[in-house]
Design a protein around this ligand. Structure first.
Ligand code: FES
Length: 181
C-alpha cells in the first residue's frame, strides 16, 4: 500500500493532492481546528470533504489521532452519515431526496428509476453510473418538501420530479458538459 505523503514532499508543478495522494499534515491541521469543539469530529469531516471532495482513506488515521479515537470509530462515523463519501465523486453528482415528504410523493420510485437509468447498484450510500460519469447519492431533505419529490443535479435543485423529467434533466446536464469540452 502506498505510504501517505507529507507537506513539502510534492515537487513543484505536481498534480493537486485531490487527484493524487493526500497531504496528511494538511488533514491533521484541518481536523485540529475542531479538536476542542464539542462534537468536533463532524465539522472536521465536513471540512475535509469540502476540501477533498471525499474523506480519503488515508485521512482516517490522522483524524482519529486528532480526536483521540480509533480508526474504526472514525470510519464508522464516515460510513454512518450518507453525506460523507469514501470515494471521489464523478463529474456529475445527482442527489435524490429520501426524506419522508418526498418518499410519500414518489421519491422511492424516482430513486429506483435513477439507479436503473444510471446502472448503479441497488443499495449502498453512493453509487456510480455504469459509464462512470455520474455519482448518485441519497440526501435527506433539500428544503423543497412542499414541491416533492425533489433532487439536485450538480447542486441545482429541482422540484416535482418525475422519471421523465429526471431523464430530460440528466441528458441536458451531460450534453452541456460535452458541449464545453
Ligand atoms: S423531504 Fe424532500 S425536500 Fe424535504
Amino acid at each position: 500500500m502506498p505510504s501517505p505523503t507529507y507537506a513539502g514532499d510534492a515537487p513543484r508543478g505536481a498534480p493537486h493532492p485531490e487527484t493524487t495522494a493526500i497531504d496528511v499534515v494538511a488533514i491533521r491541521e484541518l481536523a485540529a481546528r475542531f479538536e476542542h469543539t464539542p462534537g468536533g469530529l463532524l465539522p472536521a469531516l465536513h471540512a475535509v470533504q469540502d476540501r477533498y471532495g471525499h474523506i480519503p482513506r488515508d485521512a482516517v488515521p490522522a483524524i482519529a489521532e486528532v480526536f483521540n479515537l480509533s480508526r474504526a470509530e472514525v470510519h464508522g462515523v464516515v460510513t454512518y452519515y450518507h453525506h460523507f463519501r469514501s470515494e471521489p465523486a464523478a463529474r456529475h453528482v445527482v442527489q435524490v431526496c429520501r426524506a419522508e415528504a418526498c418518499q410519500s410523493m414518489g421519491g422511492n420510485a424516482l430513486m429506483a428509476h435513477a439507479r436503473l437509468r444510471l446502472g448503479c447498484a441497488a443499495d449502498g450510500h453512493h453509487g456510480r453510473s455504469a459509464d462512470g460519469r455520474v455519482t448518485l447519492e441519497p440526501v435527506f431533505c433539500l428544503g423543497l418538501c412542499a414541491s416533492s419529490p425533489a433532487m439536485s443535479i450538480d447542486g441545482e435543485l429541482h422540484a416535482r420530479m418525475t422519471p421523465a423529467r429526471f431523464d430530460a434533466l440528466l441528458a441536458e446536464t451531460v450534453a452541456a458538459t460535452e458541449a464545453v469540452r
